[in-house]
Design a protein around this ligand. Structure first.
Ligand code: NAD
Length: 322
């Protein structure tokens, strides 16, 4: 069994590696070669923790396994550890024997950023110049760094429910040498060609009226029943894409538009279909495209498999008899 500890991940996996692993597994899902198992997420009644499993099997990439982990709200205060904790376990599809254990914390941020980045590459207008960020938490800067690799953005604008967190985005924009401006939601919608929303909100911030024609929106924060980042009416107006339809309609942003009867499951397309060329993706410059990135277990397995290969190649994998 191979062990790749959390501290090794940063030196192993590049954003480009994460991008290609995620793009490939989305394509595989859409071809019917990979599927996610039902998600388990439980409030365990101890330390206010939410714990669960996301798993799946990708027959093309031969990745079988699960990510176990969750959210421990008191970690930072009590133990000096980050609140989100996860670990990926990979199994040999031929034998069922455990193959690898990989730190899942940085991996989660990189695979989530890769998903919105895949959506921007395949769905945003080629001439997109202004990137609008909604959210300035832990994930936001990973999203920002991955997004700017997809288009020649000349300006980054940002809005956050807690404005005091915006310097986090401004600092990364400065590092990337792209001008940054904190704006209102109205200004954000009026200027942005691409919008990434990555918040833990339970009520919409971005409304239908904020968004102009031609925008691509990546909704990345809604991964649980009840969460919501954008108005349901926006999904009715947009062409909606997702990583996985089953998750999109139950725990993703589309749950609200579906419940309100504004769209049906048939209105949602898996991004893998666009990657595979069986769906054209954006068809006009004025179309609003919206990617509902719910976060699937197969993303974790794909990226963890790449990490294991890289760790073996670079000689930093620990091998144990098990
Ligand atoms: P974080 O706690 O570091 O940041 C939370 C963000 O949400 C901040 O910008 C905060 O200001 C904002 N926010 C909080 N309350 C809000 C409200 N009422 N209205 C609007 N904004 C509000 O969290 P994070 O680690 O950056 O994660 C952000 C979200 O992304 C979480 O919901 C997390 O579960 C989700 N997530 C999704 C995936 C995926 O694959 N789709 C993966 C990882 C995390």
């Amino acid at each position: 069994m191979i062990i790749v500890p959390e501290k090794e991940i940063a030196g192993l996996l590049t954003r480009a590696d994460a991008y290609s692993a995620v793009e490939q597994v989305f394509a595989s899902m859409s071809k019917g070669n990979a599927y996610n198992f039902p998600v388990i997420r439980e409030a365990i009644g101890y330390e206010d923790a939410l714990y669960g499993f996301k798993g799946g099997f990708d027959k093309s990439g031969m990745a079988l396994g699960l990510k176990a982990g969750g959210y421990w709200p008191n970690n930072l205060e009590k133990h000096g550890q980050i609140n989100h904790q996860s670990t990926v376990f990979l199994f040999d599809p031929d034998t069922g024997m455990v193959k690898a254990m990989v730190g899942g914390n940085l991996l989660t941020a990189l695979r989530t950023a890769a998903a919105s980045s895949v959506s921007i590459n395949h769905l945003a207008r080629k001439d997109a110049k202004v990137l609008g960020m909604i959210g300035a938490g832990h994930q936001s800067v990973f999203q920002l760094r991955a997004a700017v690799e997809q288009r020649d953005f000349e300006k980054i604008i940002g809005w956050n429910y807690h404005p005091d967190m915006l310097p986090r985005l401004a600092d990364v924009a400065a590092e990337l040498n792209i001008p940054f401006e904190a704006v209102s939601l109205e200004e954000l919608g009026a200027q942005a060609d691409v919008i990434i929303s990555i918040t833990s909100a339970f009520a919409p911030s971005l409304m239908d009226t904020h968004v102009r024609p031609g925008t691509h929106i990546a909704c990345m924060g809604t991964d649980t029943k009840g969460k919501q980042e954008v108005a349901a009416a926006l999904l009715a107006r947009a062409t909606v894409f997702t990583d996985e339809i089953a998750q999109s309609i139950t725990i993703g942003e589309a749950q609200h538009a579906i419940a309100a009867g504004l769209i049906t499951q048939g209105d949602i397309t898996e991004i893998g279909a666009v990657i595979n060329g069986t769906h054209p993706g954006r068809s006009t410059a004025d179309e609003i495209t919206l990617f509902d990135g719910t976060g699937v277990g197969l993303q974790d397995l794909a990226v963890a498999s790449s990490i294991v290969d890289l760790a073996i190649a670079k000689g930093v994998a620990t091998k144990v008899d098990f």
